[in-house]
Ligand binder design. Structure first.
Ligand code: SAM
Length: 240
């Protein structure tokens, strides 16, 4: 398979991805802010507002890393709950919300657990950290109201297997939301983006995290990801 601009065999991809996220875990959140100019926060807010989380929901955030998406979902559920508490006809308020953060890399999850404590979410039973592979989820069929995967699917070796698993664990009517970076087609913006991603991001990676190669991988993985149209539609038709 062609992998970014280097040839990487399929069987080597998970090893490579594993190494990258082990290397970047401790600086991951700082680098996310630096690389996106803080924009990843707005994109994640948007993802969670589209998800429309509710108290009592069972949710799975795959490739959940350091918990950014899961924290936002839980905080939204908590604020919905505070607002709805006055209405006694709201039965689901008493059901326990369960938000699973599933990631293949234990280092990312460990950073996430520390962040949960810092955010005052360390004691909550609603946040459950689970080491696992998007391609073979350890969750029962029809068990989830929602499934999110943010900046994760391009790192998975067989995207179609991850999608089949998402479909399996979701309840009928459950919601699947994928947030991903893809290709820039607007001419001038494309040139700016190319320069930024090829020159600036690896340099910032080296400067801040002392690791040019991992950030080079992240840039290349975006280029390798299918464009916004067509490919994904064809891929999902094969699955559903
Ligand atoms: N979702 C988080 C966020 O938006 O900040 C983290 C995204 S990070 C760019 C990608 C994550 O995908 C890493 O934590 C990595 O360990 C995880 N990952 C890669 N391959 C995976 C797989 N097959 N199954 C589960 N997680 C995977």
């Amino acid at each position: 398979t062609s992998f970014g601009f280097k040839e990487v065999r399929e069987e080597d991809k998970s090893q490579l991805v594993g190494n990258v996220f082990t290397n970047v875990a401790s600086n991951y959140d700082l680098m996310n802010d630096l690389m996106s100019g803080g924009l990843h926060r707005l994109w994640k807010e948007r993802l969670v507002s589209k998800l429309n989380p509710f108290p009592g929901m069972k949710h799975l955030d795959v490739a959940g890393g350091t918990g950014d998406v899961a924290f936002r979902i839980l905080e939204t559920v908590n604020s919905v709950k505070r607002r709805a508490i006055q209405d006694p006809s709201n039965d689901n308020l008493h059901e326990e919300t369960e938000i699973y953060v599933c990631d293949i890399n234990p280092n990312m999850l460990n950073v996430g657990k520390k962040r949960a404590v810092e955010r005052g979410l360390g004691e909550t039973k609603s946040l459950i950290w689970a080491e696992g592979d998007a391609e073979a989820l350890d969750f029962p069929d029809n068990s989830m109201d929602g499934y999110t995967i943010a900046f994760g699917i391009r790192n998975v070796t067989h995207i179609e297997k991850a999608l089949v698993e998402a479909h399996r664990v979701l309840k009928r009517g459950g919601r699947f939301l994928c947030l991903e970076l893809s290709h820039v087609d607007v001419p001038l913006l494309k040139q700016v983006y190319d320069y930024y991603s090829f020159s600036i991001i690896p340099a910032v990676g080296e400067l801040v995290a002392g690791d040019r190669e991992s950030y080079q991988y992240l840039v290349e993985s975006i280029r390798r990801f299918p464009p916004q149209t067509q490919d994904f539609r064809r891929l999902s038709m094969k699955i559903w």
